[in-house]
Structure formats: structure tokens, C-alpha cells
Design a protein around this ligand. Sequence first.
Ligand SMILES: [Zn+2]
Length: 330
Amino acid sequence: MLTTSLLVLVIRGSTVVLLLFSAWLLQLGARWARVPDVGYGRAVMAVFFMSVSSLLVRAVVSTLATPLSAILEGILGVLAAWVVVRWCLRTTFGKAIMAWLPTLIASAVGAALAVVIIRPFLFEAFTSATNAMAPTILGRHLRSTCPACGAIGYISSAGIDEYSLAEELGICGTCLRASLMPIANKTRFTSDSLLAAKFLEPRRWDLIVFRNPEDGSTVYVKRLVGLPGEEVAIRDGDVWIDGARAEKPKEIAGLVYAADVFSNGATEWGPVTLRADEFFVLGDFSMRAKDSRLWIRGAPGHPPYAVPQSYLVGVVTHIYWPPSRWRVFR
Ligand SMILES: [Zn+2]
């Protein structure tokens, strides 16, 4: 896919450029610290091992799940870098630290590149705040078994501790049916981490990241089902656009959209008509999703069900973490 190629190009390109720049700075630092015989090749090797050590530190710290992980990662990362530089340059700790100092410029340039170019124009990383898009995108959740097909089912973990329930509504990862599933195990599984592209035009059924119309700041991910100017309704588990049933893509063909999450007996939601600058979004786990159907306050000047086009943050392209959940959407 084009977005994956671009992503690889961005990551590989910026990594190589920053690594070479960093090595040049390290060589300069070594000269300043009067460490003898530091050629560019040796500096590149040192910087390469510095990157590897920082990845290892990150991997180890992430398994600890402490609230101080960011600080711990920073401290351990710097210590590991010093050890690597000392070892590669065969020098003292004092001189290794002195030689390492200029490489901070490369780190600053890397951060600036991310803030000024990559995040606003290419890709931004997000973590799903809720489990409303399960099973396509998982938020914090519990795992259970689907009574219909026996496959893994996903239960939203929010509120599980307040009520000691024996079973709770979950959604199946295979048949996509939402049903009561046993809570046998309260282990929490983490949210998926995703990337959203800033340069893609959103299409129907895309997963989009947007600012919540109710408060204008919280960022959510949901499925885009209604486009500007369309009349949207939910009937018989399907989305209806301008009076016709909208055919779902095959990966979510089994999904049943709930017209009524409060079981008041309503079989239809809508129809509503979107203006020229408005979107309509739904969660895949629609019985447990707060989306266009349920918002009470809308964005200023818009009805409650509408996501103004100006609230769009990006179109989801990948799930990149955990690796077992890797997926390309666009
Ligand atoms: Zn199932």
C-alpha cells in the first residue's frame, strides 16, 4: 500500500539521516574531548549501538508499566548511551560524556522534524481512548469467548470493577456479533496504537480520528459512515444513505449497527441530513459506543450528530502496536 511505503520511507529516511548527522556530531565531540583515533566509521558504529540500546531500554521499561516510565526511560537511555560511547571509543566515562554531549543536537533536530513536518503533514500516532471500535480497533479491554462461535470476544473494561458482573456485553472478533459473554478473567489488555495520515481524503467506511464535537478537544476514533450532504439513517442493523442501504465492506459485513442502545424498542435511528461540511460517525461496537447517535451537545453552530469537517484530525492507516495486532487500513 502507498501509505505503508511512505511510512517506511519516512522512518528509514529520517533514521538514516539523523544517525549519520549524530555520528558526525559524536566525532566532533570526541575531538573536543581529546579522545584519540575516532574515525567516522567508529562514530557511526557508536551511534548505531546507542540507538539499539535506547530501543532495548524502551522495550524493558514498557514491560514494567510504572507511572514513572517516561522518566525512567530517559535516565536509563542516557546511562546506556554513555556506556556504549565509552565502550566504542575506548575512553573514560568523563570523556565519553563530553563526546556524547553534541549528539543532543541531533536528538533536538529529530524532535523538531517530528513536530514541524511529520506530525502536521504526514502521520500522527494515537491510542484509542475507548473500546467503542472493537474488534477493529481495541481500547482497554477484557477477553472472553463468543457464545455464538467460540472465538475471542472483547469486553470494554470501563466500569467492570464497580459492578461485580458474571457476564457483560462483548463483541466477537470473528463473527462480529455483540452478545453477553462470561467474565472469567479480569486481566486488562492494552489499547491498540495507531497511525493517522494527515494527507488522505476521507472516504465512507474509513476509520477517522477527530475532535469530539461535545468538548472540541478529546480525540476519538470512529468509523465514517455519512458524508457531507447525505441523509443518514440506521435501520435493520444497517446504515442507510439517501434512502438506500449502504453496503458494508466485506471485513465488517457481519456487523449489526444498533439503532437503540438503551433497549427502548426503537428499530430506527434518524434520518438526519448532513450539511456540506459535516460527517456522521459510528463505533463498530455500536452497543457500547458513544458516537453520532448519542451526542447531546454538538459543536458550535452544528447539530449534535455532526462531526464538522474542521474537527477531522486524520484518516487511520495502520495499527502498529502491539505487533500481533499490526494492520493496514488504507
Ligand atoms: Zn463469534
